[in-house]
Structures are given as C-alpha cells and as structure tokens.
Design a protein around this ligand. Structure first.
Ligand SMILES: NC(=[NH2+])NCCC[C@H](N)C(=O)O
Ligand SMILES: [Mn+2]
Ligand SMILES: [Mn+2]
Length: 295
C-alpha cells in the first residue's frame, strides 16, 4: 500500500500542553521504517501548520480555539481528500483528537463513510454540554452535526450516518454526553462489553457497523489503552484495554483494510510519557492495523 504520513501538531483542543509534539515522537519511534518493513511505500508529507496557543485568547469560549481548529481541519481535510483521490492511504498523526473533524471529514468527501472510534471517551459533547470547553471532547458530535455544529459546513459531515459510527473501549462519559449518546444511533461498546464478550468479538461488530458504509475511517485515541501501557496521554482513564488486546483489535482492522479509507492516531503526549513508550506503542499498533503479522 502507498501510505502518506500527515502530521498535525495540534494542542488547541485539549488542556494539557505537549500533545503538539505527538507527531515528532511517533516519527522518532520509527514509524516510516516499521511500515516499510511491513511492505508499505511511505511518503512523508510533513506537518500541517497549527497556530501557537501563546498568541491566542480562549477566555469565555464554550469551544476553545474553535476558529483556529476550523482552519487546521479544513486544510487537513483537503490533504486527506487529495491523498485518497490519488489512490493512496492517508495516515494522520496527532495532535489532540479535535483533528478527527478534519481527517474523517476528508475521508467523508468520498461518499458514505463509517467510523470506528477506539477511545476511553465518547467525544460526544457539544459547546452546549461540554464541561471543559475542549474541542477534543466534541469531535464525533461535530462530525454528526449535533447542537451548534448542525449548520457548520466544515465540521458536520453529512456522509457520516450515526448508524455507521461505532465506539470501542468507552469508560468515561460526562452526564449530558451520556444522555446524548443514548439518544443517538451511534453504537457504543463500553469496557463492560469488552469484559463480557472479549475485544476481538466487539471489534468485529464495530467494524461491521462501520462497514455498512462504502468506506470507513479508523480513529485511534491512545487513551483507549490502559494508562499502564500508554501513560503518555492527556486524559488517562484507568481500566483500558491491554497491550495484547489492542494488537488484536488492530489485527481485526487489518482484516478489513480493503474498506478502510484512512486512519489516525491521536493524543500521544511525549511530555507525560515515559521514555517514548506511548509513541512506540502507537507505531506498533499502526503497523498491526496496516497488516503487520508476527509470522
Ligand atoms: N479526545 C479526548 N481525549 N477527549 C477527552 C474528553 C474529556 C471530556 N469528556 C471533555 O469533554 O472534556
Ligand atoms: Mn478521543
Ligand atoms: Mn480519549
């Protein structure tokens, strides 16, 4: 496969600084070499430019830096679209999870699109419900045009139907977010589902939900994993999936790779990490998702 690597050093969507260094840490952990060893041609497109928060004012906003995030996501969506149009595979490195509005939005320019969201969080808040005003907690709601995002031509992606969205690994929801998810047609596989039925089964079902669409986008938030495995994330939540479970989930993605249009890994924060462990794990998981096998 021809893979184009796009970095998005975005930290405007989250409270903890440092996630902007995620793309560098993932590259430093050997991404292109690992993917080349797995038989992929990799082209490095470098980073999308992101404004520095030091020069901006986010006070009083219910969605901090939304204007800047819009500009970045519009640019990112254009690059993702161009990559798919060229017959290549966009692999996007975050940055905080607000960038998914651009990545998934770009994938959705191609038509009916499903979404698999591996995350501890639902990212289903809107500016009306958010407790933090952080846009990384709103990405799925934005893509589905919830609340204030209904009229937004850059965030709302009408080609993504809620019934083609599946979340896996969920264990932290805000009250209004939980109510909104319950009311929606999004399929949510919580950690309880994983405990009862196992991650491979649950991931298969999530891929089947998203696979009803013509193509799908895979979004991997590293806080999907237990913080013991992935300490370098800004919003860790105890009780996530294990190292081996995460690989199994990514191997299930690889089995469906023909219908995967794009993928991203987000929320790697090297400042909070231990010896780049989380970035190294991100590289391993991306390789598994793109077809690397033990034997
Ligand atoms: N992509 C993430 N890590 N999102 C965390 C979101 C946390 C919380 N639900 C919020 O809205 O602020
Ligand atoms: Mn997330
Ligand atoms: Mn998360």
């Amino acid at each position: 496969m021809n893979v184009r690597i796009i970095g998005v050093p975005m930290d405007l969507g989250a409270d903890r600084r440092g996630v902007d260094m995620g793309p560098s840490a993932i590259r430093y952990a050997g991404l292109s070499g690992t993917l080349a060893d797995a038989g992929h041609e990799c082209v490095e497109l470098g980073d999308v430019s992101v404004p520095r928060p030091e020069n901006l004012d986010a006070s009083e906003s219910r969605a901090k830096y939304l204007g800047e995030i819009e500009t970045v996501c519009r640019g990112l969506a254009t690059q993702v679209e161009a990559t798919i149009d060229a017959g290549e595979f966009p692999l996007v490195l975050g940055g905080d999870h607000s960038i998914a509005i651009g990545t998934a939005g770009g994938a959705a320019t191609q038509g009916d699109t499903g979404l698999v969201w591996f995350d501890a969080h639902g990212d289903f808040n809107t500016p009306e419900t958010t407790p933090s005003a952080n846009v990384h907690g709103m990405s799925v709601a934005a893509l589905l045009g919830k609340g204030e995002f209904a009229d937004s031509d850059w965030a709302h992606a009408p080609n993504i139907e809620p019934s083609s969205v599946a979340m896996v690994g969920i264990r932290s929801l805000d009250d209004a977010e939980r109510a909104a998810l319950r009311d929606s047609e999004v399929t949510v596989f919580t950690m309880s589902d994983i405990d009862e039925r196992g991650l491979p089964t649950v991931t298969e079902e999530a891929l089947a939900v998203a696979g009803k669409a013509d193509g799908m986008h895979i979004s991997l938030d590293m806080d999907f994993l237990a913080p013991t495995e992935a300490p370098g994330v800004g919003t860790p939540v105890r009780g996530g999936v294990t190292y081996r479970e995460a690989h199994a989930a990514m191997e299930a993605v690889a089995d469906r790779l023909d219908s995967v249009r794009s993928m991203e890994v987000v929320e790697v924060n090297p400042i909070l990490d231990s010896h780049n462990k989380t970035a190294e794990l991100a590289v391993e998981l991306l390789a598994s998702a793109l077809g690397k096998r033990i034997l």
